[in-house]
Each structure stands twice: as structure tokens, then as C-alpha cells.
Ligand binder design. Structure first.
Ligand code: FAD
Length: 404
């Protein structure tokens, strides 16, 4: 395994970090006070600069206007972008659009690519992904009530979803709906492209998450589909292949998340060290002279280093041996790095005292946005079960699946 990088790629990472620090850090307080939407004109200007610098859509192949980075390279970029909550958006590789772009590239018809993918690649429109339902455990995603029934040339969709991230201001949603109720659980649902303005597609509200209602790209909506009619040509891939399509990009998606979290860890770690050096308990006695603060710093450094190597190893394995071979590694990093993220953030907040709870630093906003890291994309417990299942199989112990 070689995690070394070329001098040219090192320069790319340095240039991107410089951009994030100089152009995006100063916009963060404005997003905190005026909101994401009010900051959009400045973010648009930042996005134009990213395009000119040649760093647009790092994860997308060059022939489609991206940087054409490998999964490992994109992971390293993601760790730099993650330092700011505006990083991924500014480079057009934000969730859930990044995943939706990938599935459209892979499974979209020429017409779907023209209508939905091309404007997204240019950064003109955004999308969302509606799978989780309030009435059923999202940990067992095959259990859903939303249906898409054929009627003439259309699908008629009925259902209730929530945590549809970034639906506010999006142009379309990828909707998971049951099309084949009699098929085995993993072949019942399909992915259907639904423009947000379609009659019957109702955004009920943006959910208040950790006290923040949010808006635009920084939001999580509750949505309803009431006799929402879309043409059957809006089916993405084959009917009944919804989970298969979702599975295909799970590994890459988790690498992106974990590396983004490591970006947050690095920023938090720097802030913690700076505060430990500057904040004096008494003249000449900064916080960093206390052993417990030193321990927080050392433990955080060790955990970040271990996480980075684990994520890169998982990315290397996906890249070289395929997602299936890396199943255990993917689950291990998902819960391990989420835990490291929250521990590092918590220590950094603690070192800042009351200030750590305010918007004077990005720590509180990171905490509010990322407490969900242990829940979204599979809660910790499900990933631990996946790892234990693989390991205990060899010893004759059967571990149940999510819904069993
Ligand atoms: C910030 C955020 C963004 C999201 N964005 C989207 C999105 O864009 N689109 C979308 O469709 N969904 C999204 N989700 C939803 C997410 O996918 C679900 O929250 C997740 O799958 C968990 O489902 P649940 O919340 O229904 O929890 P449940 O399934 O009800 O689980 C509750 C808890 O039970 C425990 N648990 C679950 N399974 C097991 C088990 N097998 N063994 C032991 N304990 C278990 C876990 O601790 C878990 O937290 C988002 C969620 C968050 C927090």
C-alpha cells in the first residue's frame, strides 16, 4: 500500500487549503449570523474562482468537467475541504449532490443526463435524496411505505419522507419508492427522479436539527408525496434496482464522509492547541501547561493519525480490490472516525470553555451539524454488527441483519 503523493498533487492540496483558509473561513461567520441563503452571492463568487483554478468537481471524470481524481486523491482533497463547512459546497462535491451525480453518470439515460446531470455538473442546480421515512426505522431501509405505482405512462408516487437533506432550494429529488412489492426486500424499491415543482411533491418543513432549522443546502426537510405523477422515463436504472444502485456508491460515500470529518478534526485540533497556548489561567500559565489538556491534545493527535491511515487503507482497498473486499474496513471507519470526530470536537469545545459554545469559533456549528455522524449513513450499531458478523461467522456464530 502506497499512501505517498506526488509533489504536483501536494501542491494542489496546499493550493486548495490556502483557498479554503483565505476565501471560505471569512464567510463562515456570515453564514452563522445571516444564514446560508443570504451568503449565496458570495459563495457563487467563490465557486467561480474554484472553477478558474481548475479544482471544480474533484470527484468527477475530466471529460465531464471535473478534476478526475481517484477515490484516494479525492479523499485527501475532502480532508482539506472539510476544514470549512463551506468547503465541499464551494467545490461542487457536497452531499447529497456528489452521490447523485455519480449515480446519474453511471445509470442515467442520455435524456436524464441532459436534464438533471449536466446542470448539476455546472453547479446551476442542486438535488436531494429522499429515502428515510419517519414511520419506519431508517436502519432497515428496505422497510418503507412510499410507493410508485404505474398508471399509463407515469408513476404515481405516494409517501412520507424526512431528513431529505438540502431539499430546500433543490431542483429535483432522487426518490426511493416501492415499485415491486412482491419481490425480495432488496429488489422492491426503485430510484425515481422527481422535479421539486411536480404537483403533489410537498416540502412540509425544514426540520429543526439540534436547534437549527437551517435553509437551502444546509437543511433537512420533511416531505410528502401525494399522488405525485412523473413520467416512467424518470426511472433511474432498472425497476427494482434502487438498493443495488444505492449500494454501489456506499463505500465511496463513506470515504468522502470520513475524510471530511478528518478535515473538521484537523481544524478543531488546531483551534484547541492555539487556545491551549493563548488562554492563561494565571499570568504565564496557559491552559497547555496542565496535564489534562496535554492529554487531550496527545489523544486527539493519535486518534486523528490512526483514523487517517484507516480511511486511506479502506480507500486503497476499494480502489484496488473493489467495494465488496473492503466491507469490513468501510464499516470500521464509519463508526470509528465518527467517534473520533465527536471526541476531538468535544475536547476542543471544552478547552475553549464558554466560548466553545458560541459562534465565535466554528466548533459549535460543527457540533450541531455533525452529532448526526454517528447516525446518518448507518448508525454506529449497524456498522459494528456488520464487522462482528464477518468476524464471528468464522466461529460459527450467526449475527442477525439490521431488520431481523
Ligand atoms: C444529519 C442527517 C442527514 C440525513 N440525510 C438524509 C438524506 O439526505 N436522505 C435520507 O433518506 N435520509 C437521511 N438521513 C436519515 C438517516 O439515513 C437515518 O437517520 C439513519 O438511517 C437511521 O435511521 P433512523 O433515524 O430512523 O434511526 P432508527 O433506525 O430508528 O434507529 C435508532 C437507533 O437505534 C439503534 N439501532 C439501529 N439499528 C440497530 C441494530 N441493528 N442494533 C442495535 N441498535 C440499533 C441506533 O443507535 C440508532 O441510532 C439523515 C440523517 C441525519 C441525522
Amino acid at each position: 500500500m502506497d499512501f505517498g503523493i506526488s509533489p504536483q498533487f501536494e501542491k494542489t492540496l496546499n493550493d486548495i487549503q490556502q483557498f479554503v483558509e483565505q476565501e471560505l473561513y471569512p464567510l463562515e461567520p456570515e453564514v452563522g449570523t445571516r444564514g446560508f441563503r443570504a451568503t449565496l452571492p458570495k459563495l457563487k463568487a467563490a465557486r467561480e474562482k474554484v472553477k478558474k483554478m481548475g479544482f471544480w468537481c474533484p470527484q468527477i471524470p475530466k471529460e465531464h468537467g471535473g478534476m478526475g481524481l481517484s477515490l484516494m486523491e479525492h479523499g485527501m482533497v475532502s480532508a482539506v475541504l472539510g476544514r470549512s463547512m463551506l468547503g465541499h459546497y464551494s467545490f461542487n462535491c457536497q452531499a447529497p449532490d456528489a452521490g447523485n451525480m455519480e449515480i446519474l453518470l453511471e445509470h442515467g439515460t442520455p435524456e436524464q443526463k441532459k436534464t438533471f446531470l449536466e446542470p448539476m455538473l455546472k453547479g446551476e442546480i442542486r438535488s436531494c435524496f429522499a429515502m428515510t421515512e419517519p414511520e419506519h426505522a431508517g436502519s432497515n431501509p428496505t422497510w418503507m411505505d412510499t410507493t410508485a405505482k404505474k398508471d399509463g405512462d407515469d408513476y404515481v408516487i405516494n409517501g412520507h419522507k424526512w431528513f431529505t437533506s438540502s431539499a430546500d432550494g433543490a431542483t429535483f429529488s432522487v426518490v426511493m419508492a416501492v415499485t415491486n412489492p412482491d419481490a425480495p426486500p432488496h429488489q422492491r424499491a426503485s430510484q425515481i427522479l422527481v422535479p421539486i415543482g411536480t404537483p403533489g411533491f410537498k416540502i412540509i418543513k425544514n426540520l429543526s436539527v439540534m436547534g437549527h432549522v437551517g435553509e437551502d443546502h444546509h437543511s433537512h426537510a420533511e416531505v410528502r408525496f401525494e399522488n405525485c405523477r412523473v413520467p416512467q422515463k424518470n426511472l433511474l436504472g432498472k425497476e427494482g434496482a434502487g438498493f443495488q444502485i444505492a449500494q454501489e456508491r456506499l463505500g465511496a460515500g463513506r470515504i468522502h464522509h470520513c475524510m471530511r470529518w478528518l478535515g473538521i478534526c484537523e481544524r478543531s485540533f488546531e483551534l484547541m492547541c492555539k487556545r491551549a497556548a493563548e488562554r492563561e489561567l494565571a499570568p504565564g500559565k496557559p491552559l497547555g501547561t496542565r496535564q489534562i489538556v496535554q492529554a487531550w491534545i496527545a489523544e486527539s493527535r493519535a486518534e486523528i493519525n490512526a483514523s487517517r491511515l484507516s480511511v486511506l487503507e479502506a480507500a486503497w482497498k476499494i480502489q484496488n480490490q473493489g467495494q465488496l473486499a473492503a466491507r469490513e474496513e468501510i464499516s470500521c471507519i464509519k463508526f470509528y472516525v465518527a467517534g473520533v470526530l465527536l471526541r476531538v470536537l468535544d475536547r476542543a469545545i471544552q478547552v475553549h470553555g464558554a466560548m466553545g459554545l458560541t459562534n465565535e469559533t466554528p466548533l459549535a456549528a460543527f457540533w450541531a451539524a455533525e452529532r448526526g455522524a454517528r447516525i446518518y449513513d448507518g448508525p454506529d450499531e449497524v456498522h459494528k454488527m456488520v464487522v462482528a458478523r464477518q468476524r464471528l461467522k468464522k466461529y460459527g456464530v450467526q449475527v442477525a441483519t439490521a431488520g431481523a
